[in-house]
Ligand binder design. Structure first.
Ligand code: GDP
Length: 366
């Protein structure tokens, strides 16, 4: 018989389940490095001081706190926001929307370079992407899509916060605007996709809402876009280059006609329609002349401030709603009872209305 210690598989007792004792694996992260990586936390005053000096690294860290789900981070973030608030408000906030492929990132790159080079501005680019919750990572506000401006020191780019409901994500973006303004950014872009609810959220935090459209997509006069068109302060038809120039002009005149059917918005400003090429950088100064004309016009007639005031009011109620909802759904008693009620509703043992009432009675301990 062969030597069993060399060939254990020949042992009749051998079950094939023998596992060699391996060498214990070293920790994945160098323990010394781990110690060093522990982020230095500042006090709220220190954060604020650095943000006011325009320190972008600290600004990024503060935005991470705003986006964090950890309660302790949230408390700290709120203190920093509170301290930065008196230094905020001094920017022009612009919402930029358009369906995927409309050319948002190409345009933001071109707009950004124009603002930086020709108008001496400091730009922050933020984003609200409702799909990023599912996809865990946002394509909006992605630095790699904005090649030119991402290399500029006076530009702060932040992708969409990914966790939470649209309301929660939007609130975080709004708070980030405050921090960016305190850090001296005088122009803030908030990018979003022109599908779904996110435009309403963006509309409620910007001074000017720009809709990027394309020619020849067949939706020029369709009702689907009506809601978004009504929110727009300006519509710009992109890709007016090469063979597409005439089509873009035609689309622009169709948009102009469609806008005539809407009542004059409360700003008193008739939304303008223009064509341009984000890729070839044609027509961009004209778009910005128009935006600044709008800002001057609404500052003059008082709408600029009243829009910001009503937005602040809106966000106060949004914040209350969100926190009430979270408090309700996160209370353990409710969580347990909800699934019971859900089953009863599905089995038609209880009406939806009664189930909701009983849940709320339980919450309010009637
Ligand atoms: P987004 O999804 O809205 O951010 O769109 P992108 O900026 O990624 O652009 C989508 C595609 O359209 C890319 O292939 C761009 O190169 C192209 N594109 C963007 N702007 C223009 C333009 O002004 N003219 C032309 N011809 N193509 C453009």
């Amino acid at each position: 018989m062969a030597n069993l210690s060399e060939h254990p598989e020949n042992d009749p007792q051998y079950k094939g389940l023998f596992v060699n004792e391996g060498v214990s694996s070293p920790p994945i992260v160098n323990p010394y490095l781990q110690k060093r990586k522990q982020k230095q936390r500042f006090s709220p005053s220190e954060y604020t001081e650095q943000i006011l000096k325009g320190n972008i690294t600290v600004l990024s860290q503060a935005v991470t706190l705003v986006e964090s789900q950890i309660a302790e981070h949230q408390v700290l973030a709120q203190e920093v926001i509170e301290k930065c608030l008196p230094y905020s408000g001094n920017s022009v906030r612009i919402g930029i929307t358009g369906v995927p492929g409309a050319g948002k990132s190409t345009s933001i790159d071109a707009f950004g370079m124009h603002l930086l080079r020709d108008r001496g501005k400091k730009l922050a680019v933020l984003a609200i992407d409702p799909s990023s919750e599912r996809s865990k990572g946002s394509i909006l506000g992605d630095k790699t899509r904005m090649e030119e401006i991402s290399r500029e020191p006076d530009v702060f780019i932040r992708p969409s916060p990914s966790a939470g409901s649209l309301g929660g994500v939007a609130r975080k973006t709004r708070e980030t605007i405050i921090l960016c303004e305190a850090a001296g950014f005088d122009t803030v872009f908030v990018e979003t996709v022109g599908v779904g609810q996110s435009e309403t959220a963006v509309h409620s935090m910007v001074d000017f809402f720009l809709l990027i459209q394309l020619a020849g997509t067949g939706d020029e006069l369709q009702g689907i876009k009506r809601g978004i068109m009504e929110m727009a302060d300006g519509i710009v038809v992109n890709k007016a280059d090469g063979n597409n120039i005439e089509k873009a002009k035609l689309a622009a005149s169709q948009y102009r006609n469609a806008l005539h059917l809407f009542p004059l918005p409360p700003s008193g400003w008739s939304p303008q329609v223009m064509t341009y090429s984000g890729y070839y950088k044609n027509g961009i100064p004209e778009i910005w002349d128009m935006i600044y004309e709008y800002i001057a016009f609404t500052r003059e007639n008082g709408f600029f401030n009243s829009r910001r005031n009503s937005q602040s009011k809106y966000w106060m109620y949004e914040s209350i709603n969100e926190q009430l909802k979270n408090h309700f759904y996160q209370s353990p008693e409710i969580e347990k009872e909800l699934s019971v009620k859900e089953k009863q509703v599905l089995n038609s043992e209880l009406s939806s209305f009664m189930a909701a009432k009983q849940m709320l009675d339980l919450y309010f301990r009637k």
